[in-house]
Design a protein around this ligand. Structure first.
Ligand code: UFG
Length: 322
């Protein structure tokens, strides 16, 4: 049985769609930001909190867990700058509770959702796993802290783990049955598509004076199903003993500016956006682009879906949910 903590969220629910084909899946989620409707019906769902030791004890004593995937976290860069306590509590303290109960029950295979925000302001055009990690916001720091804790747990308790550093997750499942659904929504692509569906008056572009060709921030957008597939490969590598520890970047290796994203959304939807240019948002680095060469070499993973296909899948999902 594979335990998916935070399986009702955006990336967790897409990973479950891939995982239920081959494994028994148990989901723990407190539904603070996720949705029970997003969890595939073939998975067992338990409503509970990863910070609650009693909830965890019940699960680990009732089921034989072979590995844990941990998706449950707060993940908004801007919010983390304003409310760091929430981020250090939910992302660090609660993860420690999960790890503590795992160690007690001798469950020693772990896949951790990390982020490109661990790099801070990049010195390299393409970030590799060896690039300097110097986060510039509490969200990135909270994830890096867990990465460091995992390394110590490997040495002290023989915890085997894979850290997956996501770049900008986007898109929706090919069935359009699940997709990105945050409340409130803060991410660029869903915001643009909601605007193009008439649900928002305009799009605000945060900052036009970055050191990038058009002055807006550049990000590496990666389809959520590509992310999901990387989790399956990482899990197999742990379960077969092929890997004891690893850190992998997950991105497409191509950067798009905020302006380019808006233009691609306009092209895919054949609609025109109304844009306002405003101040920078706190905590945003100018550019984040991945090199995902390491996971290609070691596990054979490569992103399949490029930007127009990513936006098209998101558009299909948003149109269904107007
Ligand atoms: N942006 C706008 N207007 C908006 C929303 C976003 O201009 O209304 C800009 C942001 O300033 C940023 C870019 O669009 O430059 C992308 O912003 P998102 O909020 O969509 O995504 P982030 O890059 O801030 O963060 C996402 C995840 C993080 C993760 C990061 C890694 O939310 O968890 O990608 O790159 F750490």
């Amino acid at each position: 049985m594979i335990l998916i903590v935070g399986g009702a969220g955006y990336i967790g629910s897409h990973t479950i769609k891939e995982l239920v084909e081959k494994s028994e899946v148990l989901v723990l989620d407190n539904l603070s930001t996720g949705h029970q409707w997003a969890v595939d019906e073939r998975a067992i769902f338990v409503k509970g909190d990863l910070g609650n030791e009693e909830d965890l004890e019940k699960i680990f004593s009732s089921y034989t867990i072979d590995a844990v995937m941990h998706f449950a976290a707060n993940s908004l860069v801007g919010e983390s700058v304003i409310n760091p306590l929430k981020y250090y509590h939910n992302n660090v303290t609660e993860t420690l509770t999960l790890l503590k109960v795992m160690m007690k029950h001798n469950v020693k295979k772990f896949i951790f959702s990390s982020t490109a925000a661990t790099y801070g302001i990049p010195k390299d055009d393409f970030l590799t796993e060896l690039s300097l990690t110097k986060p510039i916001n509490p969200y990135g720091r909270s994830k890096l802290m867990i990465e460091q804790i995992l390394e110590d747990f490997f040495h002290a308790y023989d915890l085997h783990y894979v850290v997956l550093r996501y770049f900008n997750a986007a898109g929706a499942h090919e069935s359009s049955s699940i997709g990105e659904s945050h409340e409130p929504e803060t991410h660029l692509i869903p915001i643009i598509l909601q605007h193009l569906l008439g649900q928002r008056e305009k799009i605000s572009v945060f900052g036009t004076d970055y050191e990038t060709p058009d002055g807006t921030c550049i990000r590496d957008y990666i389809h959520v199903t590509d992310l999901a597939k990387a989790h399956i490969l990482a899990l197999n590598a742990l379960l077969t003993g092929r890997k004891q520890t690893a850190i992998y970047n997950l991105g497409n290796g191509t950067g798009y500016s905020v302006k380019e994203i808006i233009e691609t959304c306009e092209a895919v939807t054949e609609r025109q956006a109304k844009i306002e240019y405003v101040e920078r948002r706190a905590g945003d680095p100018a550019q984040l682009i991945a090199s995902s060469e390491k996971i290609f070499q070691e596990l054979g993973w490569k992103a399949q879906l490029k930007l127009p296909a990513i936006i098209e899948s998101a558009w299909n999902w948003h149109k269904r949910n107007v």
